[in-house]
Design a protein around this ligand. Structure first.
Ligand SMILES: [Zn+2]
Length: 306
């Protein structure tokens, strides 16, 4: 069969692939089809310009609405930035629950992290798609280096410091900054593995958590906070009101803030965690020990310096 640009296309290939030979750019004008998604209709008019004024108009013409999927081609010039610009507009338009299919997402795309937090975006990658509900609990394990043996003296890690820092930098700063508890785990020793397990039982821990939650519920009700069910949901202004510190803890916070170069966001996150530790311990003010413990859970601030 000869296609619309005069090329001979072998019949058996058409039969084998179930495809049709190219019949011209406008052969399917107005033809409706389904692409594993909502029905789409191509519109081609050689008399009309394909250019639109701006991203907003392009999105409106695409019929953008909640729950849609937007795919991005990596080979756009400055493609990573095009994705950010489009998502900024989507966010401004108040569209929610958008799934992004990008052939790559890298550091250049960090500006979209807040849109994941506020429910504008869910991320879809080549090997699967994850929908984050608006209230996210993210649990993410990671090796300390490409081989996995960096740190403990029992095994030799052959990774160069350059490859370790390249490996660690794959999780970007803005994402790490939003993780409340970041801890380094040592390998389990033989004795621990065969120990009698003298730690607290799940039932005991559950009772402690429920008691702390009860204190929080009472506190939020007394302050008239609506829609706040746990410390993690406290807004910045509420953090100041609820996370009050002893003078000693205040001093630790001041020096940690400067020494670790904390962002305002991580400062508030630290206080929310410290408040929770204090609630578990049953103290009204956040004491020095609670704040120091919360600081231990900010391993990400130490990752950079080692
Ligand atoms: Zn290694």
């Amino acid at each position: 069969m000869i296609n619309a640009v005069g090329r001979e296309i072998p019949e058996e290939i058409l039969k084998e692939t179930g495809k049709q030979a190219f019949q011209g750019a406008y052969a399917f004008d107005g033809y409706e089809y389904r692409k594993g998604a909502p029905k789409v209709r191509p519109e081609n008019d050689p008399q009309r310009s394909k250019l639109v004024e701006d991203i907003h108009e392009a999105l409106v013409k695409c019929g953008i609405r909640d729950g849609m999927t937007l795919s991005f081609h990596h080979h756009f010039r400055e493609g990573d930035y095009v994705l950010n610009m489009v998502m900024e507009e989507v966010h401004k338009m108040g569209v929610r629950d958008i799934t992004i299919c990008a052939s790559s997402l890298g550091k250049a795309n960090d500006p979209i992290v807040p849109y994941i937090e506020d429910g504008t975006v869910t991320i879809s990658r080549v090997n699967g798609s994850i929908t984050y509900p608006c209230s996210v609990m993210l649990v993410a394990p990671m090796n300390p280096c490409p081989c996995g043996y960096f740190g403990p003296p029992t095994r030799v890690c052959p990774c160069s410091s350059k490859s370790v820092s390249r490996y660690l930098s794959r999780v970007s700063g803005p994402l790490l900054d939003r993780i409340d508890l970041c801890v380094e785990m040592d390998p389990i020793s033989f004795n621990e593995l065969h120990g009698t397990g003298q730690g607290e039982s799940s039932a005991q821990l559950r009772a402690q958590v429920l008691a702390a939650r009860a204190v929080q519920t009472q506190r939020f009700a007394a302050l008239g906070y609506t829609g706040v069910h746990c410390n993690a949901q406290l807004a910045a202004g509420q953090v100041r009101q609820v996370c009050r510190l002893t003078p000693g803890a205040q001093q630790v916070l001041r020096s940690a803030y400067t020494r670790l170069g904390l962002s305002a966001r991580s400062h508030d996150r630290l206080l929310r965690v410290a408040r929770t530790i204090a609630d578990l311990a049953g103290t009204e003010l956040i004491e020095q020990e609670a704040l120091l413990e919360a600081l231990q859970y900010r391993m990400q601030d130490k990752l950079e310096v080692r």
